[in-house]
Design a protein around this ligand. Structure first.
Ligand code: NAD
Ligand code: INS
Length: 338
């Protein structure tokens, strides 16, 4: 049984605790921590987990074999570095850290440790639709991929959401997804700003991002984060001979009142429910096998942060910004299955 400690018991922390305590196999949640001690105490007592006053003391708890970090992005670096220092595997929700420099510090600490400990929560790699799309691409039947059209739509975002977050917090999922989908790096980013939606207040919303991939594939990503109607994630690959797109939004089609409709998910929890389950089960199984995660690595977290930073620079300047990655350490050379 893998004994897990969860730092951050907010929305996604509670959702991951629910799946680890009532859906998945081979795992138990033994400890929780949150700066909001009341939330931590309520969540901890509901699952019989010890409540720690700090993330650092949770990491050092001998009843914690592995750590899950679900606190706010700016706090990720300290907990991931403390987990590496303690030699414990750590699953960190995206983003790995909020700057490329911080991500690089994590890469360097893990490389010095000499063995992978870090996995980043890029769950799209585990989603049935994205896996099916990649399977079609990998058959080669579409011919060479030329373009991919993506849309990332949220019904609304919290008040603290700033315009850069459309890239660093939202489109960062597409950044990781296309690196995985095409098996190559993004080399340059452009950001266009259409007419502003009245639903977002002062926020520049929507954005249109353009990614150039190393072999010439061009990816466009629409981020609309106040689009009200629901949580809608789209992706279509255009190849030389045909196209392939993510399937229907919904497992059910409703015909009612003279209309036929696919219900739209309300948020990421509903849309990626199955993906999070598979992501965590595979993480748990890999750690139980030999203590080493095999999913999205600290290097993937770093690469996504560098592209995000280039996107933010492109948004500020209106220019095309090239992406410059550090040299990839050998630790990350092994192909990951997801
Ligand atoms: N993979 C996904 O699709 C996905 C979905 C949602 C959120 N996330 C990521 O998960 C993280 C949390 O998001 P959320 O929506 O649950 O936010 P949230 O605000 O609901 O929860 C975050 C929690 O972290 C706690 N916290 C803040 N600073 C802390 C610290 N220093 N130590 C311990 N706890 C601290 C807060 O008190 C809060 O309870 C973010 O990084 C976000 O980007 C990922
Ligand atoms: O933190 C959330 C989460 O990562 C969701 O998957 C994404 O759709 C949102 O835009 C983002 O704010």
């Amino acid at each position: 049984m893998l004994r897990v400690g969860v730092i951050g018991t907010g929305m996604i922390g509670q959702d991951h605790i629910r799946r680890m305590t009532s859906v998945l196999a081979g795992v138990t949640v033994t400890a929780v921590a949150d700066v909001n001690v009341d939330t931590a105490a309520a969540v901890g007592s509901s699952v019989g987990a010890r409540v720690h006053e700090s993330g650092e003391s949770l990491i050092l708890d001998p009843s914690v074999d592995a750590v899950v970090v679900c606190s706010w992005g700016p706090t990720h670096e300290q907990y991931v570095l403390a987990s590496i220092a303690a030699g414990k595997p750590v699953f960190c929700e995206k983003p790995l850290a909020t700057t490329a420099e911080a991500c690089l510090r994590i890469v360097e600490a893990e490389t010095a440790h000499g063995r992978r400990l870090v996995q980043v929560g890029y769950m799209r790699r585990y989603d049935t639709s994205y896996r099916a799309l990649k399977a079609v691409l990998d058959t080669g039947q579409l011919g060479a991929p030329l373009m991919m059209h993506c849309a990332h739509r949220n019904p609304s975002v919290p008040g603290f959401y700033e315009k850069e977050m459309a890239i660093t917090d939202t489109a960062v999922h597409e950044i990781d997804m296309v690196r995985w989908m095409f098996g190559e790096e993004i080399t340059a980013v452009r950001v266009l700003t259409p007419r502003r939606s009245g639903n977002g207040g002062d926020l520049q919303d929507p954005l249109l991002l353009l990614f150039e991939m190393a072999d010439g594939v061009l990816v466009d990503v629409e981020t609309s984060v106040n689009i009200r109607y629901g949580y809608d994630i789209r992706g279509e690959i255009v190849g030389e001979n045909g196209t392939a797109a993510l399937g229907s939004l919904s497992p059910v089609r409703v015909r009612l009142g003279g209309q036929a409709a696919d219900p739209v998910p309300v948020d990421w929890r509903e849309r990626f429910l199955g993906a999070y389950d598979v992501e965590f089960q595979e993480w748990i199984d890999a750690l139980r096998l030999d203590g080493r995660p095999v999913g999205p690595s600290a290097w993937d977290g770093y690469a996504a942060a560098v592209v995000s930073d280039a996107g933010v620079a492109a948004l500020r300047t209106g220019e095309r910004v090239e992406v410059a990655l550090a040299e990839k350490p050998k630790l990350y050379d092994v192909e990951v299955p997801a």
